[in-house]
Write a protein that binds this ligand. Structure first.
Ligand code: CP3
Length: 342
């Protein structure tokens, strides 16, 4: 049994004294203790070494005491396992030297045995669970198939993922073949994570908002639905689609336990669009953590009042930024712990 199960109770929609809190990308770049490890080991060494990945996972918990931990890893370990090279270039981000651009390129893309290729993630989960001592739940994650396709085709980050969209719209058959391979790999991967001990999983559709509502159904949501269908009996699934407010209605019917919301959608609108019954997670503007701590606290309390304390998980609307002062990140978590309903 997990001692602090607020997060799991919120996922079930149970009544709580205060909502749980964690921050997307909480294991990382704004923490000096993370920077110390980053200087010594390159990105994928950190991901592939269970001692390092588990240490980085618990760093923010030690400092701030969030109600859930998220495993340190990256969504791009999936294409790597599928035989698509991924590099993480300092001060540049992900770089895929041999991107997928044609149907022919798909010949080299495999649906791997996840234990063989990603066993290091399962080892990191085991080690993290030992370090957490059942104090709080551990979240596992994966990118959505569409978001992974974006990197596989574009070959790097992008403002509009124009090449990825061009691939989908000019070679839809190849695109769907790639999306299905990513989906099959992701399902096997998340199931292995569940077996290894994670208590919930989140699917990050970071670039879903690049698509029109119609294209979203075709190139993103139908694959997320397959993932939810495959996992929902085993574990709570959180679906986070950045810029995907238009899909909240569909997502609410998917069988997901909770939906992530970004800061461009009001709490009221998110409740309305999602039908008012499902747990929501979000949606503090990550840049608002640059405001003074006293203001952050006020805004967090207001956000909780707007979403309501139940069926709600306090989070940012996207990942924490590297330039956030430590004290401000602390104020965000503290504000939730101090929350009292009036
Ligand atoms: O809380 C956590 O930090 C858990 C670990 C985590 C990382 N990446 C570590 C990481 C998680 C959940 C991710 C998810 C991820 N990775 C997403 C989806 C979430 C989102 O932010 O939209 C995406 C799109 C990626 C791909 C990716 N990885 C990018 C675009 C970059 C470079 C830019 C950046 O954000 O720094 C990465 C690198 C990365 N992944 C870093 C970390 C801590 C920073 C680089 C480093 O540490 O060397």
């Amino acid at each position: 049994m997990i001692k602090n199960d607020l997060f799991l109770r919120a996922l079930k929609g149970e009544t709580v004294d205060r909502p749980p809190v964690w921050m997307m990308r909480q294991a990382g770049r704004y923490l000096p203790e993370f920077q110390e490890i980053k200087i010594k080991y390159d990105f994928f060494t950190r991901c592939q070494t269970p001692e390092l990945a588990s240490e980085i996972t618990v760093q923010p918990i030690r400092r701030y005491g969030m109600d859930a931990a998220i495993l340190f890893s990256d969504i791009l370990v999936i294409p790597q396992a599928m035989n698509i090279d991924v590099e993480m270039k300092p001060n540049f981000g992900p770089y895929l030297p041999n991107p997928i651009r044609t149907a022919k390129d798909l010949d080299r893309v495999i649906v791997p045995d996840v234990q063989d290729t990603l066993g290091y993630v399962m080892d990191a989960i085991h080690m993290t669970k030992e370090k957490l001592k059942d104090e709080i739940p551990l979240i596992g994650f994966a990118g959505s198939p569409w978001t992974i396709l974006c990197y596989c085709v574009q070959g790097q980050g992008s403002k509009n993922f124009d090449l990825a969209k061009a691939f989908c719209f000019t070679q839809p058959k190849a695109a769907h073949e790639l999306l299905q391979k990513i989906t099959d790999t992701t399902i096997a991967y998340l199931k292995a994570k569940v077996k290894a001990g994670v208590n919930a999983v989140q699917v990050f559709d970071s670039w879903g908002g690049m698509l029109s509502p119609t294209d979203y159904q075709e190139f993103s949501f139908q694959y997320i639905q397959q993932i939810v269908d495959a996992l929902k009996e085993e574990i709570p699934v959180i679906v986070f689609g950045k810029g995907c407010w238009f899909a909240l209605g569909e997502m609410a019917k998917s069988g997901a336990a909770a939906l992530g919301v970004d800061w461009t959608c009001s709490a009221r609108n998110a409740r309305y669009l999602s039908g008012g019954k499902i747990t929501l997670q979000g949606n503090f503007d990550p840049s608002r953590l640059l405001s003074p701590p006293s203001e952050i606290k006020k805004m967090v309390h207001q956000m909780i009042n707007e979403f309501g304390k139940d069926q709600y998980i306090v989070n940012l609307g996207h990942g924490i930024l590297p330039n956030i002062p430590l004290e401000n990140a602390g104020a965000f978590v503290e504000a939730v712990k101090e929350y009292k309903q009036y």
